[in-house]
Ligand binder design. Structure first.
Ligand code: NAG
Length: 243
């Protein structure tokens, strides 16, 4: 009897303190509303939000229990169409709703990719422009041990996007930028086929445009050396759009 009560107390304490879970704080520093989204690739995380609206300067904390891998991105220019479906100008997940319900964002879209280790092991994270760019974004660890450096793509790649790779909004401004792989779908840009190893797939003219703007982000598939970040010890993370 006493043991039973003790066990229940222990369980509720674990629950209330959110033991073994990382807090991700998603912040919108853009001067407009965005609709961030998450896609779980692997892990046990039960019910993290798959999409939500964030007005300018707003933040939302999400608790994620490792082990977990997945991605974050943000949709922009969303509105409700005549049939009541949410449609977004960039990063749309085609769910027709604010939650993405397990669907990914349509490229070109800036991605934040995470692999969270259990038992305070080593987490991996990166900002990826491999599928193109829509919004600047940064990842900043809080607490933790080891490297734990921030990774940021702080610049608006849309301003330097080659015209043939540009996605334009209704006002004619560039709202997203395709990567060369996405736009041209050639093995030398996608590091596929005969170019499927790092030594055969060096940076290219187009990936360098992305890398100049965002040196810490993946500009193409084999950009690992400068673009993969790690942090151990159960850190929390801030993800900020338009940092
Ligand atoms: C992460 O944030 C939670 C509160 O949200 C806090 O209790 C915990 O100590 C933080 N972890 C680290 C490593 O800073």
């Amino acid at each position: 009897m006493e043991l039973g009560i003790l066990f229940m107390l222990l369980l509720s304490t674990l629950f209330l303190s959110g033991a073994n879970s990382a807090t991700f704080t998603v912040t919108n520093n853009c001067p407009f509303t965005i609709w961030p989204a998450t896609l779980t690739g692997g892990g046990t995380s039960e019910s993290i939000s798959t999409g939500f609206e964030l007005s300018s300067k707003a933040s939302l904390p999400l608790n994620i229990s490792p082990p977990w891998s997945g991605r974050f991105w943000a949709r922009s220019g969303c509105s409700t169409d005549a049939s009541g479906k949410l449609v977004c100008a960039t990063g749309d997940c085609a769910s027709g709703q604010v939650p993405c319900n397990g669907a990914g964002g349509t490229p070109p879209v800036s991605l934040v990719e995470f692999t969270l280790a259990s038992n305070n092991g080593q987490d991996f994270y990166d900002v990826s422009l491999v599928d193109g760019f829509n919004l600047p974004v940064s990842v900043t660890p809080q607490g933790g041990s080891g490297d734990c450096k921030a990774s940021s793509c702080p610049n608006d790649v849309n301003h330097v996007c080659p015209p043939e790779f540009s996605i334009k909004g209704s006002d004619g401004s560039v709202i997203a930028c395709k990567s060369a792989c996405l736009a041209l779908n050639k093995p030398e840009y996608c590091c596929s086929g005969a170019f499927a190893t790092p030594d055969k797939c060096p940076p290219n003219t187009y990936s360098k445009i992305f890398k100049d703007q965002c040196p810490q982000a993946y500009s193409y598939a084999y950009d690992d050396k400068t673009s993969t970040f790690t942090c151990s010890g159960g850190a929390n993370y801030s993800i900020t759009f338009c940092p």
